[in-house]
Ligand binder design. Sequence first.
Ligand code: FES
Ligand code: FES
Length: 226
Amino acid sequence: MSDKNPVTGPESYPEPRFDDGALTQVASTKASRRQFIKGVIASGAVASSGAVFLTACGPGEEPAATASAGGVERLLSLNINGQVRRVDVLPNETLAMTLRYKLNLTGTKLGCDRGECGACTVLLDDEAHYSCSTLTHAAKNKAITTIEGLESESGELHPVQQAMIDELGPQCGFCTPGQIMSAVALLTANPNPTRDEARLAMSGNLCRCGAYDNYLNSVMRAAEMA
Ligand code: FES
Ligand code: FES
């Protein structure tokens, strides 16, 4: 049993990403639900003004995908899994939508699409974030890592992926990519977590199959392997 407070915990490992509800461990650097909603509202306002601009284009004219007067630049260069990907992104588009439906990175799952289940977890600068609740524009200067980016160039699985196999972590597997990304974030920040620390760090990832102990066993095995 850890002598650390299991509620507040050390500052060094990833925590759930929203500041309301049961998962209240929010790092100050992470977006809150309120901030996200404000962002969507603000970007929606920008999108509305952009629509005025677009309808002012003459017949047959192509609206520009890049910055327009009073708008935001839409053609972004995103750093995803170590590669620069150019993609046209709406102002209010979430990172999960961009990854899955524009870049075909479907390893990132969409469960609730409202910041509750963790299926969509990706890494931004090595921290776990819900991509369904992150605007793509907010991620444009970050290093984005998805489940597709964990494998080495030689095809070797990440230690967390291998541990998931060794411990038979997943059942149906739907939540597994998100679980793995949270575990990777944890072990990056805290390579030797206690079981309680790991449980807390993984608490933002729900599993309808109830495979929580299997996932915890996997995280602890991955920590031993590293
Ligand atoms: S799909 Fe993002 S938290 Fe559930
Ligand atoms: S393994 Fe089925 S939802 Fe987690």
